[in-house]
Structure formats: structure tokens, C-alpha cells
Design a protein around this ligand. Structure first.
Ligand SMILES: [Zn+2]
Length: 62
């Protein structure tokens, strides 16, 4: 689901973006979403994305 909201701050890069996706109540900007989709498990960036996503789930389950 893609929503437009001018006050969205991306949880991955921390930038404010109008375009992106929401996972639970957290926002991921379009460019980070594209990066994540492109990133393979072997990629050095992959653990970083997983780490950022885990923060969402940990916060929601706390
Ligand atoms: Zn981002």
C-alpha cells in the first residue's frame, strides 16, 4: 500500500519523504524500499535493513 503523507520520516534513512510505504505504523521512503528490494542477503547492506526493521517489531511487541 502506498500512501502520501508530507510528514513521513523514513525509519531507514531518516529523511522526510512524501512517497513511500508503511509497515505497521512506520514509514519507509520509496528509495529505501527500492534499495531493500534490490538488496540480496549476501549484500553488506542487508543486515542493516534487517536491523532497522527489527526495531519496528521490537517496539510493537514491547
Ligand atoms: Zn529512506
Amino acid at each position: 500500500m502506498i500512501e502520501e503523507n508530507p510528514s513521513n520520516f523514513c525509519i531507514i534513512c531518516g529523511n522526510e519523504r512524501s512517497e513511500g510505504i508503511r509497515i505497521v505504523n512506520e514509514f519507509i521512503c520509496e528509495s529505501c524500499e527500492i534499495e531493500m528490494v534490490k538488496t540480496e542477503v549476501q549484500d553488506a547492506k542487508y543486515p542493516f535493513f534487517i536491523h532497522q526493521l527489527k526495531r519496528i517489531w521490537l517496539r510493537k511487541n514491547a
